[in-house]
Design a protein around this ligand. Structure first.
Ligand SMILES: Nc1ncnc2c1ncn2[C@@H]1O[C@H](COP(=O)(O)OP(=O)(O)OP(=O)(O)O)[C@@H](O)[C@H]1O
Ligand SMILES: [Mg+2]
Length: 387
């Protein structure tokens, strides 16, 4: 039993002679032995340096030995430690009291050396088994927690996908129903404008109506895109180029709003298999959101890095308002917006759908008042596929 050697045994016996003898016998077979003389010292050692076994005299100078055992058994914050009580010969009541208090073994003084060694070994084996069980229990609990979390996440993803599908159908039918009368309205507006002088008040009013109707048409188009995403052929795409192109488009606007932009792309970044237009849409939506979150200016950082040989990770980091936890959980839901009439709440739902359709993942981390980071993980094109 190599595992038992070097086990630490604490002897709490006020009688120096018997403590000395036990200590010598136990040390001779390879145990590490410490001796204390009071109940207080036993309890202290539990905290500072817990032993593997305690051999305790029933009659300690400061505390009743049974009270010490009860105290040990009440401690939930320390690992299990077996206790052997040394009792006076013939005192049956004392033996019963020791066991009742929670002792694991009672030895009657004077204890013969072979008996002491036998009992000590049995108690250390007991401790070993209980520790192994506790370890197993902790591992099992951890595994159960991990599996439960994975299940909950899978469930949430499924719920989200179902919601998207249901909303997609609804959006498609609403878009269709609006589109027909809208086409009629726009056609007649056009005809009416043709039949009256261009500088008349009526023509100006009609133009206003037409502009508003165009806004509705645009919204309907967005709804249709959301419901039935256009099929795009995927090809190996260099993310760096996509990001540069988008930034060129929006740089001026960001500069005007006092937003500093940094874009760093690992030069060894492999291409990703994607529909370039759709990826552009994802990053454009994220950048516009970041811009909206920094009304007083700030810093926008885009980092594209190799995460693993199979994946690239893009981070879109802003120093804006941040997102409160209760908003964070609805972020990717269609039509969820905090921008009132200035937002449709489709931006992130579209990002989510495009990224997942590309076999990737998108998520956000945020600290209210500090800013937000959006993470986009995309599968990289392997060398052989790229050729
Ligand atoms: N970077 C960000 N910082 C703070 N809040 C954000 C950020 N990105 C998104 N949000 C929050 O998430 C909500 C949903 O974003 P989403 O892009 O889906 O819709 P939207 O921006 O409101 O409207 P739109 O359809 O025009 O994009 C936003 O209304 C905003 O509250
Ligand atoms: Mg948006």
């Amino acid at each position: 039993m190599m595992g038992l050697l070097f086990s630490e045994i604490l002897i709490a016996d006020p009688v120096a002679a018997s403590a000395y003898e036990m200590r010598t016998v136990l040390q001779n077979v390879g145990y590490v032995v410490r001796r204390v003389e009071s109940g207080e010292a036993v309890l202290e050692s539990l905290h500072n340096h817990p032993p593997d076994l305690i051999v305790l005299a029933a009659d300690l100078p400061d505390m009743d030995g049974y009270a010490v055992i009860r105290e040990i058994r009440n401690r939930r914050d320390v690992p299990f430690v077996p206790v052997i009580v040394l009792s006076i010969q013939g005192d049956q009541d004392a033996m019963a009291a020791a066991l009742n208090a929670g002792a694991d073994e009672v030895l009657v003084k004077p204890v013969s050396n072979p008996e002491l060694l036998l009992r000590v070994r049995a108690m250390l084996r007991l401790k070993q088994s209980i520790d192994a069980l506790a370890d197993l229990n902790a591992t099992l609990e951890k595994k159960v927690m991990e599996r439960t979390r994975a299940l909950e996440e899978a469930h949430a993803r499924l719920r989200h996908a179902e919601k998207l599908a249901a909303l997609g159908n609804l959006a498609a039918s609403v878009a269709h129903d609006i589109n027909n009368p809208l086409t009629g309205i726009l056609t007649y507006l056009y005809l009416m404008r043709q039949s009256i002088p261009a500088d008349s008040t009526m023509a100006q009013d009609l133009e206003l109506i037409e502009r508003q109707a165009q806004v509705i048409a645009q919204l309907v188009k967005q709804l249709q895109n959301f419901a039935r995403p256009p099929r795009k052929d995927k090809q190996p795409v260099a993310l760096g180029m996509i990001l540069n192109d988008i930034l060129k488009l929006i740089e001026h606007d960001l500069h005007k709003r006092k937003i500093d932009v940094t874009c760093e792309c690992d030069c060894r970044l492999p291409p990703v298999l994607a529909a370039p237009d759709q990826l552009s849409e994802v990053f454009m939506n994220l950048i516009v959101n970041a811009r909206d979150a920094m009304p007083d200016g700030g810093k926008l950082t885009i980092l594209a890095t190799i995460e693993t040989p199979q994946t690239v990770l893009v981070r879109v980091i802003d120093t804006g308002t941040g997102i409160a936890p209760e908003i964070l959980e609805h972020l990717f839901e269609p039509f969820y917006t905090t921008k009132g009439e200035h937002g449709t709440g489709l931006g992130l739902a579209i990002c989510y759908r495009i990224v997942t359709e590309h076999g990737g993942e998108i998520w956000a981390e945020s600290q209210a008042g500090r800013g937000t980071t959006f993470f986009i993980r995309l599968p990289a094109v392997q060398q052989a596929e790229a050729m």
